[in-house]
Write a protein that binds this ligand. Structure first.
Ligand SMILES: [Zn+2]
Ligand SMILES: [Zn+2]
Length: 398
């Protein structure tokens, strides 16, 4: 095995003007500690399933991460990036230090870092040395690299990955297709557990995968009323199936500025909350208008949780209203490593709460059209699937 298939983006050969990723033969990753002592801390993973993230869409369409991709490739002295960051796979080889550092000797823990184990892992490769890493806030590491964006990712048959990023999966309790999307599910766990949703009215703006996960989690963590808002009726139908009490469709219309909110949406939320506004708004969509909607929908003293990423300059008109109304803004990036993963595992592995099955049956549609065979990748079929479903996966190999 000298070469493997990988889905890549080459900034010279493919350019930044064209969209898409290209399937290429790349050298199979190897652990060579004589050449790179860091390999002692890494593993080779045979990738089974890989999730396609909103950020992969952004890269595919060349609307995001231009600087991160270019700067990191320049630092590495190359032009080609292997994409992708959400995965589950099997450890096939380990560096010489991995077992002593990462193997949990507790016999009650079935999920081990060892050859043959199924693992997922965090997409943020952190430095371990910066101020944030040293005080236990590595999700905001100063020197982080992101798999598939600023370091090579996991849309490949085999990958080399630092063992410290791995999260061992108990195969008897979690299906591999759901284990592959631990990372974005963790974003939702991080977002929803940042505030106390118990007994609260919660508005979730944006019903993409992370918004949909957030609906499941808000219900699971005890929100009293969940209102889901989106521009697509199909996503709202899914939101209702997952437990949203109310849904609101945003009608697309001409606006003078892209940051202008949607007053009729706010009016409806006021109606649904007896004129108070929601206790908590979660912005999981991305557009500037959605941030202003989230602010306007929230009651005095409430919380606004912002996750959707937007490039450029956002206008928040009359910002004083955020101050005067005593709102608290929370910005969510990544997952708390590994506190978030622990909570995600508990929620997913408990088959009695319905969360894992809802993800598989509703968000992943039971695999119907959402699981693409990696070896028969074509840009056309990938785009069709990406546009038809909120969440798709590659089946990379058995
Ligand atoms: Zn992602
Ligand atoms: Zn760091």
């Amino acid at each position: 095995m000298n070469e493997i298939n990988a889905l890549t983006l080459d900034i010279e050969k493919d350019g930044w003007d064209k969209k898409g990723f290209v399937m290429r033969k790349v050298p199979a990753p190897v652990l060579d500690e004589a050449k790179d002592p860091q390999d002692a801390l890494s593993v080779i993973v045979k990738v089974k399933y890989a999730g396609v993230c909103g950020s992969d869409r952004g890269l595919w369409n060349r609307v995001a991460f231009k600087d991160l991709v270019h700067d990191s490739l320049q630092r590495e002295g190359k032009t080609q990036r292997i994409n992708g960051h959400e995965f589950v796979g099997e450890i096939v080889e380990m560096g010489s230090m991995v077992k002593s550092l990462y193997y949990d000797v507790d016999p009650k823990n079935n999920a081990k870092i060892e050859v043959g184990s199924l693992v997922s892992g965090d997409s943020h490769v952190t430095c371990g040395r910066c101020y944030q890493c040293r005080i236990g806030e590595s999700h905001v590491c100063l020197n982080e690299a992101i798999l598939g964006i600023s370091t090579d990712g996991i849309f490949a048959e085999y990958v080399k990955i630092p063992a410290k990023n791995l999260w061992a999966v108990d195969q008897s309790r979690l299906r591999p297709e759901v284990a592959a999307i631990y990372d974005p599910f963790g974003n939702a766990v991080h977002a929803v557990s940042t505030v106390d949703v118990r007994g609260q009215r919660v508005a979730i703006f944006g019903c993409g995968p992370v918004g949909l996960f957030s609906i499941l989690l808000a219900r699971h963590f005890g929100a009293a009323k969940v209102i889901a808002i989106d521009i697509d009726e199909k996503n709202l139908a899914m939101a209702r199936t997952l437990g949203a009490h109310e849904t609101i469709l945003i009608e697309k219309k001409q606006k003078a500025h892209d940051w202008e909110g949607d007053p009729e949406v706010i009016a409806r939320i006021q109606e649904l909350t007896y004129g108070k506004g929601v206790d908590i708004s979660m912005e999981m969509a991305g557009p500037f208008s959605s941030v202003n909607n989230a602010i306007d929908a929230t009651r005095r003293g409430g919380h606004v949780v912002i996750f959707g990423i937007k490039d450029g300059d956002l206008t928040i008109p009359k910002f004083s209203r955020v101050v005067v109304r005593g709102l608290t803004l929370h910005n969510i990036i990544g997952r708390r490593i590994f506190a978030t993963w622990q909570v995600a595992q508990r929620v997913l592995n408990d088959r009695t709460n319905g969360v894992q099955d809802a993800i598989w049956n509703t968000i992943l549609k039971g695999g119907n059209g959402t699981v693409l065979d990696f070896s028969s990748f074509t840009p056309e079929s990938f785009e069709v699937a990406m546009n038809a479903h909120p969440k798709i996966l590659f089946k990379i190999q058995d």
